[in-house]
Design a protein around this ligand. Structure first.
Ligand code: HEC
Ligand code: HEC
Length: 493
């Protein structure tokens, strides 16, 4: 046998220690970076408000970067914090309603979920505390301003590791060395690139007038995600700004042509396409989480008007036959029975006469692109998106909380909708949480509410037109007393 040279003992010691150290580092790194864990909730409403649909992995902002942005760029916000953009914070939560969190690649990441557009607060009297209503349109959320704020702040000269990391350390109560020198500096660069690429594709918003709170250009945003070259699209397609809708009772709406223009008749496809908007692409989407949301919005009910205000029952009873005669065929028998000959069908644009921007923004080309989305997954592939030529006759459940009315939110109250277009307000204020039970709408004639500036909505701007849904059959020619009775009846919806 050959005797080994003595020096090699040390060699081996060094080699083994090196290997063990490497192993320990890899294990530590794996523990730190591999977990992919959403924050989840057992209660379906909590899950709707704060649960993940999978999109944070794609578009998520690092949690602490999201938290400090308002402090890094306070001058780019209309007021203090994300609240000033209409985000809602509940006590005991570090994120607003409509944001979810997931541990991914060693960092907590956050992004928008369904509730950011489908939940809002309402004050039923001037002195009442705001109450959160889940499933109603997010009337106060100014999504365009949020997008512009994030884009501007991330591109601002203040958004550098030396300015941002110390703020995070302070807010988080200290940072580990890895976080301080590696994770967050890297996160800052990645966020700058990520936001540049996402919001760069959304550049069409810079060509549009301000949406104001409670609205988004749904399908131009979808085109942006598909990478459409907006410069090449015809002008008529470019303004499709629409109101956030209410999403209660979805199960009963199965088979109806919905979305404002009735472009899709399947609840599941509407949900999946909505999830796509929250970054949940086919690869990343959490189908189990979507199934839970689906089952909840399937049967979720709007809060009854009568829980907060009195309804004059005798007057409402006088309104019932007026509704049955003029409105029920298109909007359903009442607020919970949606049967009716034309419910869930599309009324042609020439007949309904409302603003056509949203209708024209949705195109056969986009329907075709959406059909390719889940092409690798035949069971889920979108088959029901269609180009239509009008707006959908939708059920009116929870109608009182759906103001301002029409697909573009151009008419502040029901009382106004029952006036001929020439007599509807040309301008009004959006984004108030204070409710006016008489006219059925949010108080719209004051420029501010509780110290918060409201948004001046101008119906003369392209896409904001308040015409249509008028004349015979639409209630605008009813006698004043009949209108009052009809409004009273619609409070029961
Ligand atoms: C960015 C805001 C936003 C987010 C986030 C969002 N939605 Fe929506 N949702 C809308 C808008 C706007 C419409 C109306 C689209 C249109 O027709 O122009 C809509 C329509 C819908 C509809 C159809 C309603 C009807 O009766 O016509 C359903 C159902 C729906 N959303 C569910 C969801 C679900 C589920 C999620 C989460 C996975 C979600 N939405 C996320 C804005 C949003
Ligand atoms: C021929 C079908 C038809 C008839 C009849 C009809 N509507 Fe409508 N209604 C529509 C369509 C289509 C829309 C959507 C138009 C749009 O948003 O551009 C609509 C929208 C509405 C809205 C707004 C809903 C929202 O969420 O913003 C209300 C409220 C409404 N109708 C009430 C009535 C009342 C009350 C009557 C009866 C006096 C009536 N409608 C008669 C088709 C009809």
């Amino acid at each position: 046998m050959n005797a080994r040279p003595p020096g090699c003992r040390i060699c081996r010691f060094v080699l083994w220690s090196g290997l063990i150290l490497l192993l320990l580092i890899s294990i530590a790194a794996a523990i730190r970076f591999l977990p992919d864990r959403p924050v989840t909730y057992n209660d379906p409403v909590e899950h709707f408000k704060y649960g993940s649909t999978g999109g944070e992995r794609n578009m998520g902002f690092p949690f602490w970067l999201f938290q400090v942005l308002p402090e890094v760029c306070p001058d780019l916000l209309p007021g203090k914090g994300y609240q000033s953009l209409g985000f809602i914070f509940e006590p005991g939560h570090d994120l607003p309603v409509g944001m979810s969190k997931r541990r991914h690649l060693g960092i907590d990441r956050v992004f928008l979920n369904c509730a950011v557009c489908h939940a809002a607060t309402v004050r039923t009297t001037a002195n009442a505390k705001p109450m959160l209503v889940v499933g109603m349109p997010a009337n106060q959320l100014d999504l365009m301003r949020f997008q512009k704020f994030v884009q501007a702040c991330v591109n601002d000269r203040r958004f550098t590791p030396s300015q941002v990391v110390p703020r995070i350390a302070e807010k988080a109560g200290g940072l580990s060395l890895v976080d301080r020198w590696l994770i967050y500096p890297l996160g800052i660069h990645l966020m700058r690139d990520g936001v540049a690429s996402l919001l760069g594709r959304m550049r069409f918003i810079h060509q549009q007038d301000e949406w104001g709170p409670g609205r988004v250009d749904t399908f131009n945003s979808a085109k942006a995600i598909f990478g459409t070259a907006f410069e090449q699209l015809p002008k008529e397609e470019l303004i499709g700004v629409s109101d956030f809708p209410a999403i209660w009772n979805q199960a009963k709406k199965q088979g109806m042509q919905l979305h404002w223009d009735g472009n899709n008749s399947r609840v599941e496809e509407r949900n999946l396409s909505a999830a796509f908007g929250t970054g949940a692409t086919p690869k990343l989407i959490d189908h189990a989480a979507i199934a839970r949301i689906e089952s909840w919005i399937g049967s979720a009910k709007p809060p009854a008007f009568e829980r907060y205000y009195r309804i004059d029952r005798a007057l409402a009873e006088r309104g019932a036959p007026i509704y049955a005669q003029h409105c029920a065929a298109c909007h359903g028998r009442n607020g919970s029975d949606f049967s009716g000959e034309y419910v869930g069908k599309v009324t042609p644009i020439a007949v309904i006469g409302t603003d056509r921007g949203r209708l024209d923004s949705y195109t056969a080309q986009l329907a075709q692109n959406q059909g390719m989305l889940y092409s690798a997954d035949p069971e889920r592939r979108f088959r029901h998106f269609r180009k239509t030529w009008g707006y959908a006759n939708a059920p009116l459940d929870g109608l009182w909380l759906r103001a301002p009315y029409l697909h573009n939110g151009s008419v502040p109250s029901l009382r106004d909708l029952l006036q001929p277009a020439a007599q509807r307000p040309v301008t009004f204020y959006r984004g108030n949480e204070l409710y006016d039970p008489k006219g059925m709408g949010f108080v719209a004639d004051q420029p501010s509410s509780q110290g918060r500036a409201l948004f001046a909505f101008d119906t003369r701007i392209a896409g904001n037109g308040n015409a249509g849904h008028e004349g015979r059959g639409y209630g605008t020619d009813l006698a004043e007393a009949d209108k009052r009775a009809l409004i009273e009846y619609l409070k029961t919806f």
